[in-house]
Design a protein around this ligand. Structure first.
Ligand SMILES: NC(=O)CCC(=O)C(=O)O
Length: 258
C-alpha cells in the first residue's frame, strides 16, 4: 500500500484558496501512484480562530462533498486532515476520511484541545473515538495534541488499529517532541504511525514539517523536511503482526494492574 503525506503550507483563513491547493496535492499523489493521501490539521482555515465561526464549514457539508468528489475521481483514499466544522452547538476540529468510492466513512472530532494555541476558547472537544475500517483493516485517526495522551492512542490499538494516522499543525519549536512522541507511540503500540504536519507559518507560529511514516518496529521509513513536499512510502500492514509475534506485548499486558 503506497501512502502519500501532503506536507503543505496553509493560507490563513482562506478556505477557497486551500481547497485549490488540496486538489493539486491529490493530483500529485495520484501521479505518484498513492493508494492513500493524508492532509494536515485545520487545512481549510488554519488557526484563524477569532474568525472561526464565520469561516468554518456548516456541518462539514462543503468539504465532505469536495473530498468525496476528489476521492472517487482519482480513486484514492483521502485522510482529509481536519477542518473546522460548524454545528448549532459550536465549532469542532474534525478529521474526515473519504474512501476511494467517494463515501465519507469517518468524522472524528479532536478530543484534547490545545490551550497553548487557544483552542479551548473557540472549539468544542470531541466525545467519540477515531476508529474506522479502510481496505478491510482497522485504523484510527488522531489530531495533533492527541498524541501526548498515550492512553487514548493505546485504546485505539487495543480495539484493533494496525495503523494510526495523525494530522497536525505542530510548531517547529517543539519538533523534537513530535518525533519522539510519534516514535514512542509506534514502538509501544507496535503499529504504523502515519503523521502529516504542515509547513509555513501563521501570525503566531512557524510550523515544523517533518511529517513521518514510522513502522511497527519504530523505524522511520519516510520523513519530510521543512519544505512543502509529498512524502511517500510503501507499507505492508502485516508487519504489525510480525512485530507483535516477536515481542508479544498485547499478550503480556496486565491491565488489571493499571
Ligand atoms: N495543534 C496542536 O494540537 C499543536 C500541539 C502541539 O504543538 C504540542 O506541542 O502538543
Amino acid at each position: 500500500m503506497k501512502i502519500g503525506l501532503a506536507q503543505m503550507d496553509i493560507s490563513f483563513g482562506r478556505p477557497d484558496e486551500n481547497k485549490k491547493q488540496v486538489q493539486k496535492w491529490v493530483e500529485k499523489a495520484d501521479e505518484a501512484g498513492c493508494d492513500i493521501v493524508v492532509f494536515p490539521e485545520l487545512w481549510t482555515t488554519g488557526y484563524d480562530l477569532t474568525r472561526i465561526s464565520e469561516i468554518a464549514d456548516e456541518d462539514a457539508k462543503d468539504i465532505s462533498g469536495f473530498l468525496s468528489e476528489l476521492s472517487s475521481k482519482y480513486s484514492i483514499h483521502i485522510i482529509g486532515g481536519s477542518i473546522a466544522k460548524k454545528t448549532e452547538d459550536g465549532v469542532s476540529n474534525t478529521l474526515l476520511v473519504a474512501e476511494n468510492s467517494g463515501n465519507i466513512i469517518k468524522e472524528y472530532d479532536k478530543l484534547h484541545l490545545f490551550k497553548l494555541m487557544d483552542e479551548h476558547h473557540y472549539l468544542l472537544p470531541g466525545k467519540e473515538d477515531g476508529l474506522f475500517t479502510l481496505m478491510d483493516t482497522v485504523m484510527a485517526g488522531m489530531i495533533c495534541y492527541d498524541i501526548r495522551f498515550p492512553e487514548w492512542f493505546r485504546r485505539h490499538v487495543v480495539e484493533g488499529a494496525k495503523a494510526v494516522f495523525v494530522v497536525a499543525q505542530w510548531p517547529a519549536e517543539r519538533i523534537s517532541h513530535w518525533k519522539t512522541l510519534l516514535t514512542a507511540r509506534a514502538i509501544e503500540n507496535q503499529c504504523f504511525v502515519i503523521a502529516c504536519n504542515r509547513t509555513g507559518s501563521d501570525p503566531k507560529n512557524e510550523f515544523g514539517g517533518h511529517s513521518l511514516i514510522i513502522n511497527p518496529w519504530g523505524d522511520i521509513i519516510a520523513e519530510g523536511t521543512l519544505e512543502e513536499e509529498l512524502i511517500t512510502a510503501d507499507i505492508d500492514l502485516n508487519e504489525a503482526a510480525e512485530v507483535r509475534k516477536k515481542i508479544p506485548i498485547f499478550q503480556d499486558r496486565r491491565p488489571e494492574f493499571y
